[in-house]
Design a protein around this ligand. Structure first.
Ligand code: PMT
Length: 407
């Protein structure tokens, strides 16, 4: 069932967990509402021991979700509609237990179920005893959530409810508000844009069972396609062969070879505002394709290769005002080669990665990239491909705004 709420007002779903700082969620609610944001509260059972649902109900003027077993017929707060309505999902305060459940993807109450179902960014403001905060398990759980794109608003130091003094006190309200404002500002910054993303490898067949390919998994391109769609863009994803499922709300076109990828890209390019080319396109294909499997004893000593077209370079030649973002997979002089590609392919930005570093680049979940444009170079820290996708979408949003000003 789709949500029927007023989409002109932004919605924060505020998750409250069982901790003494739960009362501060009331102040946070008021601060959000003062900025014209609709707040929908969802509470764990433990949270209701610290602050009454009626308080949140009265402050927000909205039903408060406290149980998975609320009747969805009489109440519009069941987990799927809440998950869909969230522009940002804030959990403040977040206990160590709920953080652990989120990291594991457990969904055993209304809050964790909604959090698992939402596409919105999670902003998590932990609050707990200082030893729990420092525990290795908590650190690992938070890193897992960061890698998946959650924003953690770190707690501050001070006197804790248990009498200890140290880190673990819920972050100041203004820090949480800043994080929420930032996430809300980019939650729809790509609305009305058509973004074309290429992803994965291409396979160039030698015969029905053999091909030339590479180790691209498609994770980078799929993460970018998902991020752009989440931020309101209409997204076309042209993907080479991958093991990944089609991203949610993305028009995915599956291709195999570079020539097929070129044709699909050309079809979508006409009305694209931007292209993000993450695909590892094979630069060569066998000159001859054998329609029957080549027998081992009859195999030639060598396979003659011919050049594939450079899809992105072709777009660079034809572009009028489309923003073009290319990737560069390098093993040496990364920045220098990236800058050459920026110029030679007429791009607005190159995302360069050193694919000689084990565990980064091809295949895995992590990468380290540098962003190279006409103004300079910016190195991003090692991060998950989802987190990097967010930075690239930020760059795209900036480049589109600059383009709009020029037009
Ligand atoms: O898919 P993953 O496992 O997540 O791995 C991600 C990645 C390592 C594939 C990605 O980060 C990456 O570096 N992609 C570009 C790989 C590449 O082909 O780089 P290149 O330097 O050869 O090409 C430069 C640019 O031209 C790329 O944007 C590429 O899509 C494009 N190109 C290249 C050749 C060609 N024939 N046509 C193209 O459009």
């Amino acid at each position: 069932m789709g949500s029927t709420h007023d989409t002109s007002v932004q919605t924060v779903v505020l998750g409250i967990t069982g901790c003494i700082a739960a009362y501060k969620a009331c102040e946070l609610t008021r601060a959000l509402m003062r900025e014209g944001i609709r707040v929908k509260a969802v509470m764990t059972e433990a949270a209701t021991h610290f602050v009454g649902p009626l308080t949140l109900r009265t402050l927000t003027d909205q039903p408060v979700a406290v149980s998975l077993w609320d009747d969805p017929g009489s109440s519009p707060v069941h987990h799927i509609s809440l998950a869909e309505e969230a522009d940002v999902f804030v959990i403040a305060p977040a206990t160590a237990n709920v953080i652990a459940k989120l990291a594991q993807g457990r969904a055993d109450d209304i809050l964790t179920t909604t959090a698992l179902a939402t596409e919105a960014t999670l902003v998590i403001a932990p609050a707990m005893n200082t030893h729990m905060w420092r525990a290795e398990a908590t650190r690992a759980n938070l890193q897992t959530l960061r890698d998946r794109g959650a924003v953690i608003v770190e707690p501050e130091s001070g006197e804790l409810a248990c009498g200890d003094v140290g880190e673990g006190r819920l972050a100041p309200l203004e820090d949480i508000m800043d994080a929420v404002r930032y996430e809300l500002s980019r939650s729809l910054d790509l609305s009305d844009r058509h973004v074309l993303v290429t992803a994965g490898p291409t396979y160039e067949p030698i015969d029905p069972v053999r091909f030339i390919g590479n180790a691209s998994s498609g994770k980078t391109g799929y993460a970018i396609a998902e991020e752009c769609a989440r931020r309101g863009a209409r997204v076309t994803l042209v993907s080479g062969p991958t093991a990944l499922s089609d991203p949610f709300e993305v028009d995915t076109v599956r291709v195999t070879t570079a020539l097929e990828m070129q044709a699909a890209v050309r079809r979508a390019f006409g009305d694209a505002d931007a292209v993000i080319a993450t695909a590892a396109v094979s630069d060569f294909r066998p000159e001859v394709f054998s329609s029957d499997k080549v027998k081992k004893g009859e195999a030639p000593d060598s396979v003659r290769l011919v050049r594939n077209p450079d899809i992105l370079e072709g777009l660079g030649e034809d572009k009028i005002d489309t923003v073009l973002i290319g990737f560069a997979a390098e093993t040496q002089d990364v920045e220098q080669y990236a800058r050459l590609k920026l110029e030679s392919k007429n791009l607005d930005l190159v995302v360069a990665n050193d694919v000689s570093v084990p565990g980064l680049g091809f295949g895995g979940d992590m990468n380290k990239v540098i962003l190279v444009d006409r103004h300079g170079t910016r190195e991003l820290p090692t991060a998950s491909k989802r987190v990097i996708a967010r930075s690239i979408a930020d760059e795209l949003s900036r480049l589109l705004c600059e383009r709009d000003i020029r037009l």
